[in-house]
Design a protein around this ligand. Structure first.
Ligand code: SF4
Ligand code: SF4
Length: 486
């Protein structure tokens, strides 16, 4: 039976799923004391990884800090006296600076999300799981929680010892301080998130003064508890067992995708040695630092694994060791399979790179076209259901309609209502109306016609609503005019 998965995808899946990659030329000898089973995340109750310094960790830390800052600050940006970005659930409106989207405009959000997904796929083909390691909120919050933990409980070794230590007053103090700070960050995160849905400035005050409504408080606490559990307790388990992206990204990889890879040909056979000692061994000195710093607890020397989030900590750690031993850097590095084989080809020659790039450009264009066609006026006509027409006199007929006009902007608007056949139909209600910001007006309107001018019992007429100050904003809708004419 043929597999529904393309051959190349299967190959890539294998590339990720196979834990041990061995080649006859470069056999990998596992250190029995640090076996694959022992380093498997699923066999560890809690991973206490070492903090690592280096260029990739500086970059990750900078990007994570920026991400957290942007997440908390966006709801505090004001535009024309109101929150610039707000999903107003009560009023079913999404405010984005001067743009206000209503439920019927949400196809635009769908295009934006699809474009973002293809953007992510596009980057993944080139840079692998760079999103996971450097930009994913799960990674950012996990590293923030570990940073707090290490400031209170000390280095990874001290934390491991504290885990095993009996419950003394010192341990209780450290643990309660850590969990207290974690809870505070979780609560702030809950407020930060809900601040995108209710006005943020009042939200923080209401939550901390216990004046928030039941539902707002419930949602804030729900997201606070999720944050506390995800970043404090679940950590890498979220990436390993809950995140679908870690599972299906393998199909996006190809030979040009850069991933964190151990150069087994150069590193093996591994083994400890003294500095400057002549040896037949490969460059891996088996210091185990790459494992100690790994937030998911894996040994990258065992080959590519889906647990690897490409955070680059092992790259920094190994480069530090290489430097100490006077060896060339990048025994572990961000490198593609082709580069490792010496067969590097430009990434734009990758079919996936080109197709995801084209899809990305297409959906960006679709988004822009949809955005430019969004009208500031929503307009519907409902005919009077009580009567088809009313005979005003022997010679004149009236029809009544209910106009439903919504001003989708955030400023007061003045609209002019007009009919398409003024020689036939006469508007009997005032033609200029005023609609407040983001309001919907129900406006009853009467249209009169001379019976002698009507040829059919049902005539089509068009209503137009035009923004007096911005005539480009106008909408037209057709309806019917009924009369006893045969
Ligand atoms: S193997 Fe290296 S890059 Fe992958 S998660 Fe572990 S430390 Fe990060
Ligand atoms: S950090 Fe580098 S030298 Fe040390 S064990 Fe890992 S691969 Fe080998």
């Amino acid at each position: 039976m043929s597999s529904p998965v393309p051959e190349s995808s299967q190959a890539n899946s294998q590339r990720i799923a196979v834990v041990q990659i061995e080649s006859p030329e470069t056999p990998i000898k596992l250190n029995p004391s640090k076996s694959k089973l022992e380093s498997s995340p699923s066999n560890k109750s809690k991973i206490q990884f070492r903090e690592q310094k280096g260029p990739f960790q500086q970059l990750r830390s900078l990007l994570n800090s920026l991400l957290v800052l942007i997440f908390f600050m966006i709801p505090f940006i004001n535009y024309q006296g109101r929150q610039a970005i707000l999903f107003d659930v009560d009023k079913q409106q999404f405010h984005f600076f001067s743009l206000t989207l209503w439920p019927q405009d949400f196809t635009l959000l769908a295009w934006v999300l699809i474009a973002a997904a293809f953007g992510l796929f596009f980057i993944t083909v080139f840079w692998g799981r760079v999103w996971c390691g450097f930009l994913c909120p799960q990674t950012a919050w996990t590293f923030m929680y570990v940073w707090i933990e290490s400031r209170i409980e000390g280095s990874s070794n001290k934390r491991k010892l504290l885990d095993k230590a009996p419950w003394t007053s010192n341990k209780i103090l450290k643990r309660s301080s850590k969990h207290g700070l974690w809870a505070l960050v979780a609560l702030l995160t809950g407020c930060g998130f809900i601040g995108y849905f209710v006005p943020a400035r009042e939200l923080y005050l209401d939550i901390f003064s216990l004046n928030a409504s039941f539902w707002v408080s419930s949602w804030v606490w729900f997201f606070a508890i999720c944050t506390y559990l995800n970043a404090g307790w679940m950590r890498e388990q979220m990436c390993l067992h809950c995140c679908p992206y870690s599972r299906f990204q393998a199909v996006m990889f190809d030979g040009s995708t850069k991933t964190v890879t151990y150069d087994a040909a150069r590193g093996e056979s591994r083994g400890p040695r003294k500095r400057n000692q002549a040896t037949e061994l490969g460059d891996c000195v088996d210091c185990n630092l790459c494992v100690d710093v790994c937030p998911t607890g894996i040994d990258i020397r065992n080959g590519l694994q889906y647990e690897c989030i490409n955070c680059g900590a092992c790259v920094d750690a190994c480069n530090q060791t290489m430097d100490q031993f006077g060896y060339q850097p990048n025994l572990i590095s961000f490198i593609s399979e082709n580069e490792l084989k010496g067969e590097a080809k430009p990434v734009w020659r990758s079919g996936r790179f080109v197709s995801y790039g084209l899809a990305l450009v297409t959906f960006v264009i679709v988004t822009l076209v949809d955005l430019s066609s969004i009208s500031e006026i929503q307009f519907n006509i409902l005919r009077d259901r009580q009567s088809l027409y009313r005979e005003v006199s022997v010679a004149e007929i009236e029809n009544t309609y209910q106009l439903r006009i919504r001003n989708k902007t955030q400023t007061l608007k003045h609209y002019r209502i007009s009919l398409d056949k003024p020689e036939l139909f006469e508007l009997m209600s005032p033609s200029v109306i005023h609609v407040s910001a983001a309001e919907q007006l129900e406006y009853p309107i009467t249209v009169k016609a001379k019976l002698a001018d009507l040829i059919h019992g049902r005539e089509t007429l068009q209503f137009s609503v035009i923004d007096i100050n911005n005539p480009k904003q106008n909408v037209t809708q057709s309806s019917s005019f009924f009369s006893p004419s045969s």
